[in-house]
Design a protein around this ligand. Sequence first.
Ligand code: FE2
Length: 396
Amino acid sequence: MANHAFADLVGDEQVFFTEYFNKKPMLRKNAVPGDPRDILSLRKLDQLVNLEVIRPPYIKVNLKGDGVPEQGYSRNVVVQGQTITDTVDPEKIYELYRAGATVTWCSLNHIVPEMRDFTRVISEKMAVRTDTVAFLTPSAKKGYPPHHDPVDLFIVQLEGSKHWKLWNPPTPRLGNNAQYTLEGLGEPEIEVSLQPGDVLYLPYGTPHAATAEGSGSLHLSIMMRPRMWRDLLRETLDDLVGADVFNEYPHIGEARAADVEAVFKEKIHELVARLESVDTSAELDRLADLGRHLPGSSKGNTFQAIADMDDMGPASRLRRGKAPLAFGEDDNGRTQLTVNGHKIAVPTPIAETLAALGPDASITASHVFPGVDELRSAKAAQGLTRLGVFELVPAG
Ligand SMILES: [Fe+2]
């Protein structure tokens, strides 16, 4: 799954963004290359449900249109003498599934590393928060009545098949949840029996209804939460009102002074002036970056990074780290550096090496400290890497 690309979902990106994105539903037959079960399979869900760490609401169960209370499928598990009261009981889940329940696996990207990698790919592209939810529906059971969701969706059929009806989004499009009747919706825009590897795109607000066929159905729903202008403007405002000039506490209660209104007006003018002078290109980049790093797709590799640093030698290849760095004056052969706000003094030859190293350049640890033997140079490089001044260039 980690190797799956955005294009596996959307096909030609340009066609997707000009014709379908945020406009109308799209169907792509046989879109996913290879075996779609590599993304997620019944086998994998069997393993997960038996892990003993899965708790509601990571699994939700819906029987005959109603949510089954969590107590109906959870149990106690004892870990090192401590009781965890609400882990999922696999036998009860299986029993409910046999009885015709739909089992929903929420935010799988919190649990399955490959899903997390996939949501990262999508979040990078769309600059929004992405979550993956898997729906397991027994044969010929209606999942949910016709409705629309407040999120953009990619539906990837993984096992079995499901019959879908999609209608174009109504106008105006509200970012809400809503239910429909089949009679009220009329003829669907797309009607399809979705087979493994097929992909659907539903812009937010697209009415849809789905029924499992044959042996039941497993599909993945990739949910992207739209960021409306109001959401983006809120972020921008939030950033602007953080300025010191707004950091005063006016009394606005009954005993408020006569000039409070005038000061309020002044603050509004100040805010408007700040809004007017926003660098829109840089601000959009900042907002996009915020969207890419919302929860659900972040990546951590700190344990591995620490182990790699411990293993550093003279031949290790380094580049400048992301830590902000400022150079001070030379003082008796030592130069003061400010790294991430911390001050350290390093031998001046090291400071010169750092100053000369371009943002895209790399260097071996043995060359960090000119004029000393390579082991000493590597030792100094290791210390600076721990501080974030350098980072290791991955091998290969
Ligand atoms: Fe839905």
